[in-house]
Structure formats: structure tokens, C-alpha cells
Design a protein. Structure first.
Length: 135
């Protein structure tokens, strides 16, 4: 399907062979959007699952920014075609420990011009982030 299914990060400035740091595995829906991201850390020469991120909803507008935040040297839409609206964070015990809600303002061309995200983690006050996009 031309999508990234797995990404492995490595420690920089280490002798060859490179030593892995972490890995993310991606699962997609029929529309071409990521629905599950499984995160793993490389600890004591073994992979240990650290969390899953479930993307529960997307808008119907083109995602024009994700590759710039994640893979700036790769083409657009290698991950998600649309913009995420709701995410849930699942710990290794299978329990939800947080969520993110994304809100967008769009320009006349239907592209995101501003994104506001509210993060809610169990036992902590909500936090917020905001990004503006210029084309």
C-alpha cells in the first residue's frame, strides 16, 4: 500500500553495528490512516512494548503537515491521509492512561491553518499545544 509499516530509531554516534533505541509499528484503516501505533523500546538486547496509541477518529481534510513533523525528508501521506481528531494512549497493562483531542481551523483551500490539541492524562491536569501552518 506504499505506507510505512515500521520505523526503528537508532542511537547516534555509536560504533557499527548501530544499536537500536526504539521502534513503532503502524496499522492502517481502509482510508489509509493510521489507527494503531505500537511503541517498543530496545532494552537489554530485547524489544519491550511500552504503549499503544489508538487513533479513534479523523477529519476528512488533507493531512499536509504530519510528514514534516515526523519524516521531513519523505513524501507527504506516508502515514495518514487525513488529520487525527481523537487519540487514546494504552499502557502495557492494556489500560487507557490518557487521550488527545485535536481541533483544527482550515484555510480557504481546506488545509489545516491551526491545530489545537488538549492532552488529558490520568492523575494530571490537562495540557494544551497549538501549531500554526503557513503555505
Amino acid at each position: 500500500n506504499g505506507k510505512i509499516t515500521e520505523r526503528t530509531n537508532y542511537y547516534a554516534n555509536t560504533p557499527v553495528p548501530l544499536r537500536p533505541l526504539n521502534r513503532i509499528r503502524y496499522t492502517y484503516n481502509a482510508e489509509g490512516n493510521v489507527v494503531v501505533k505500537q511503541h517498543f523500546d530496545y532494552i537489554n538486547d530485547d524489544w519491550s512494548k511500552t504503549e499503544e496509541v489508538h487513533i479513534l477518529a479523523y477529519d476528512d481534510r488533507p493531512n499536509t503537515y504530519e510528514h514534516l513533523e515526523t519524516f521531513p525528508y519523505l513524501p507527504a501521506n506516508l502515514l495518514s491521509v487525513n488529520n487525527p481528531l481523537r487519540e487514546e494512549y494504552i499502557g502495557v497493562n492494556g489500560q487507557s492512561y490518557g487521550s488527545a483531542v485535536h481541533e483544527y481551523e482550515y484555510n480557504a483551500a481546506g488545509k489545516p491553518a491551526r491545530r489545537r490539541v488538549t492532552y488529558a492524562y490520568t492523575g494530571f491536569p490537562d495540557t494544551h499545544s497549538e501549531a500554526k501552518f503557513h503555505y
